[in-house]
Design a binder for this molecule. Structure first.
Ligand SMILES: NC(=O)C1=CN([C@@H]2O[C@H](COP(=O)(O)OP(=O)(O)OC[C@H]3O[C@@H](n4cnc5c(N)ncnc54)[C@H](OP(=O)(O)O)[C@@H]3O)[C@@H](O)[C@H]2O)[C@@H](O)CC1
Ligand SMILES: Nc1ncnc2c1ncn2[C@@H]1O[C@H](COP(=O)(O)OP(=O)(O)O)[C@@H](O)[C@H]1O
Ligand SMILES: [K+]
Length: 545
C-alpha cells in the first residue's frame, strides 16, 4: 500500500485527543493553549505589524481557542475586540474565557455588534465552530456567518482577512459541506484567507467546498503524533485514509513545526518515483505488461486512442487498440507504436484473452454502449485487471454490478456514478442538515464495498476507494483546466497502463490520478486532452531529477 499523509475524521480526531488526555501526559487546557498559540503565531507570521483584530468566539472549545488567540495577540500589541457568548462552556474553554475577561470585555456575538460603526478590523478570527458542529447554525450565529460569507463571494476579487480556527465555521469537517446550506457553492459560505487546523487534515478540508473556503490551509502540530500512531489501529473503522497533495501547492502546504519531520507525503508521487526506477531496470517489453484498449466503431472519436496513447506513455510495454474490424482504418493514425487488432464480438475477445500476456484491459472510452454491453461479460469473465470507464459504466448500469471483481477499477464522474448508484447519489444530493454529513468519501466507499471493485469518483476532489474500506483523496483544485473534453479518457488510459505494469488496482488508480494532475499542472492553462500523455515523460523526468 502506498504511504501518504493520514487524514482523520472528526471522530478519529476526538478519539486521539481523548487518548492523549487519558494518558495523563497532557491536559485539555494545554492542548487548547497549543492550538491557540499556533493560530496566533500564524497570524503574526502573516501580518507582522500588529493591527486591529476581532475574535469571534463560539460556545465550545473552538471558542476556547479563540480566547487564547485574543490573549496572545493582545500581549503581542494587537488591538483586540472579542465577541463571545453568554454560555457556560466546558472547563478548559471556561478557564481561558476567564483569563481573557481579566484583559478585556466580551461583547455579544451578534451581527449588530460585528457591524458596529467605526469598529472594523484588519483581521477577523473565526473561532465559532470547529469539529464539534452537529447542526446548522441558527439565529444570531447564522446571521453573522451569512454576513461574513457575503464578504468573500465566489466572484470577489479579494479575500477578506478571515482566519478560521480548524475550519470556516459552519463547514462540516467530515464532508466539506456547510450544514443547512446547499452543496453547491454560492455566495453565502464563509471564505477564509487562511485556516489553521490541528494535527492532521480532515476530509472536509479537502472535499467539496472545503478547499476553496479554507483558503490557505495550515496544519499545526499540537503534540498528538504519539497518540495518533498508537491509536491508529483502534480509531473508528480502523481504515487509514491517505491524502495526496498537488506538488505545486506543497510550498503553501504548511510544515509547521512537525517534530518527527513527517512530511505530507504524496502517495501517488512516491509510486510514480518508484515507477521511473523500475522502468530503467526491466529488460523486456512484456516485463512491462500488455494493455488492450477496446475501441468503438467508425466516427466514435479519438477517446480510445487517447487512452491507448496514455497507456503507452505511462510505460505499458505493449498497447493494442481493438476496434471492430470495420473501423480499423478510422483508428489507423499515430502513434505507430500502437498495435491494432480487430475485435467484432465477444467470441473474438474470448479468444484473444487466452493470451496470458495481456495484463490489463480498458473498456468504455469511445466504445459505444451497445458494444460495451456485448463485450463486458467476456472481459469480466477473464478476471483480468480492467478499467471500466464512460460507455462501459453506462452498460454496467444496465447489466448490473454482479460480475465485477477486485481487479476492476471503475472511473465514474458524478453523472455516471448516479446511473450506477442512484441511491448513493440521492444521499449525496440531500441538503446536509446534521453532522457528520454524508460525503463523497462515504459514497465512494459504499460504492466500492457494494461493487467489489475499486471506485475512482472524479472531480477536483477525486476520491478513490477500495472494497476493503481503504480510501484516498486526491485534491486537484489548482488545475481547473483539467476539466477538458477527453481528459477522463486519458486518465482511464494511464490507470490501464499502470495496471498492465502490475500495480495493484488501488495504487494504479491513485498513481494515475496523481500523474494526470501532475501532467496538467506541468502544461498549464490552454491544455487539451491530447497534451496530457505528452507531458508524462516530463513528469517522470522531473521525478528522476
Ligand atoms: N482536536 C484537538 O485535538 C483539539 C481541538 N481543539 C478545539 O476544539 C474544537 C472542538 O471543540 P468542541 O468539541 O467543543 O466543538 P466546537 O467546534 O467548539 O463546537 C461545539 C459547540 O457548539 C455547540 N453547537 C454545535 N452545533 C451548534 C449549532 N448549530 N448552533 C449552536 N451551537 C452548536 C455544541 O454544543 P451542543 O449544543 O451541540 O451540545 C458545542 O458547545 C476544535 O475544532 C478545536 O478548535 C483545541 O482546543 C484543542 C485540541
Ligand atoms: N475543476 C476541476 N479541477 C481539476 N480536475 C477536474 C475538475 N473537473 C474535472 N476534473 C478532472 O477532469 C477529468 C474529467 O473527466 P471526465 O469527466 O470523464 O471527462 P471526459 O469524459 O471529457 O474525458 C477527471 O479526471 C476529473 O477528475
Ligand atoms: K472555526
Amino acid at each position: 500500500m502506498l504511504t501518504g499523509t493520514e487524514i482523520l475524521t472528526t471522530a478519529q480526531m476526538r478519539a486521539i485527543e481523548s487518548a492523549a488526555m487519558a494518558s495523563g501526559e497532557v491536559t485539555g487546557l494545554q492542548l487548547m493553549e497549543r492550538a491557540g498559540t499556533a493560530v496566533a503565531g500564524q497570524i503574526r507570521l502573516r501580518w507582522p505589524k500588529p493591527g486591529r483584530v476581532t475574535v469571534l468566539c463560539g460556545p465550545g472549545n473552538n471558542g476556547g481557542d479563540g480566547y487564547v488567540i485574543a490573549r496572545l495577540l493582545h500581549h503581542a500589541g494587537w488591538q483586540v475586540r472579542v465577541l463571545g457568548m453568554d454560555n457556560s462552556p466546558g472547563a478548559d474553554a471556561a478557564e481561558v474565557k476567564r483569563q481573557w475577561a481579566k484583559i478585556g470585555p466580551i461583547l455579544p456575538l451578534t451581527e449588530a455588534e460585528l457591524r458596529r460603526r467605526g469598529e472594523s478590523s484588519d483581521v477577523y478570527v473565526d473561532a465559532i465552530f470547529g469539529t464539534g458542529l452537529t447542526r446548522a447554525p441558527q439565529e444570531d450565529i447564522a446571521s453573522i456567518l451569512l454576513h461574513m460569507g457575503g464578504w468573500g463571494g465566489d466572484w470577489a476579487y479579494y479575500r477578506p482577512r478571515i482566519v478560521s480556527v480548524d475550519c470556516p465555521s459552519g463547514l462540516c469537517l467530515d464532508s466539506g459541506f456547510f450544514l443547512g446550506q446547499s452543496r453547491v457553492a454560492g455566495d453565502l459560505e464563509l471564505r477564509a484567507v487562511m485556516t489553521v487546523a490541528f494535527d492532521s487534515p480532515k476530509p472536509g478540508h479537502l472535499l467539496g467546498l472545503g478547499p476553496d473556503c479554507c483558503g490557505r490551509l495550515v496544519i499545526a502540530d499540537i503534540g498528538l503524533a504519539h497518540w495518533r500512531v498508537t491509536q491508529r489501529r483502534e480509531i473508528a473503522d480502523g481504515k487509514a485514509l491517505e491524502v495526496q497533495r498537488p506538488a505545486a501547492l506543497t510550498a503553501d502546504w504548511p510544515i509547521f513545526d512537525i517534530p518527527d519531520n513527517r512530511r505530507f507525503a504524496l502517495a501517488g508521487k512516491k509510486q510514480a518515483e518508484w515507477l521511473t526506477k523500475r522502468h530503467a531496470t526491466s529488460d523486456h517489453k512484456f516485463g512491462h505488461g500488455h494493455a488492450l484498449v477496446l475501441a468503438g466503431g467508425i466516427a466514435r472519436g479519438g477517446a480510445a486512442r487517447l487512452a491507448a496513447r496514455a497507456a503507452l506513455r505511462v510505460g505499458a510495454g505493449l498497447v493494442t487498440l481493438a476496434p471492430p474490424r470495420s473501423a480499423m482504418i478510422d483508428h489507423g493514425g499515430p502513434p505507430d507504436a500502437l498495435m491494432r487488432r480487430g475485435i467484432d464480438d465477444a467470441a473474438t475477445l474470448d479468444d484473444l484473452l487466452t493470451d496470458g500476456r495481456i495484463t490489463a484491459l480498458c473498456i468504455g472510452p469511445g466504445c459505444g454502449i451497445d458494444r460495451a454491453t456485448a463485450l463486458l461479460p467476456s472481459l469480466l469473465k477473464s478476471k483480468r485487471p480492467a478499467v471500466l470507464d464512460a460507455d462501459a459504466l453506462s452498460a454496467l448500469a444496465e447489466i448490473g454490478l454482479t460480475d465485477l471483481h477486485q481487479g476492476c477499477v471503475l472511473t465514474p464522474h458524478l453523472g455516471e456514478f448516479a446511473r450506477l448508484f442512484p441511491d448513493l447519489t440521492e444521499r449525496l444530493g440531500e441538503k446536509p442538515r446534521t453532522g457528520p454529513a454524508y460525503s463523497k468519501l462515504d459514497a465512494a466507499r459504499e460504492a466500492a464495498a457494494r461493487s467489489g471493485a475499486v471506485v475512482l469518483l472524479k472531480g477536483p476532489d477525486t476520491v478513490i476507494a477500495a472494497p476493503d474500506g481503504r480510501a484516498i483523496i486526491h485534491s486537484a483544485f489548482d488545475v481547473p483546466w483539467l476539466a477538458t473534453a477527453g481528459s477522463g479518457d486519458v486518465l482511464a488510459g494511464l490507470i490501464t497502463g499502470l495496471l498492465a505494469r502490475g500495480l495493484p488496482p488501488l495504487d494504479a488508480a491513485a498513481t494515475g490520478a496523481w500523474l494526470h494532475a501532475a501532467a496538467a499542472r506541468r502544461f498549464g492553462p490552454g491544455l487539451i486532452a491530447d497534451d496530457l500523455p505528452e507531458q508524462i515523460p516530463a513528469v517522470f523526468r522531473d521525478l528522476r531529477a
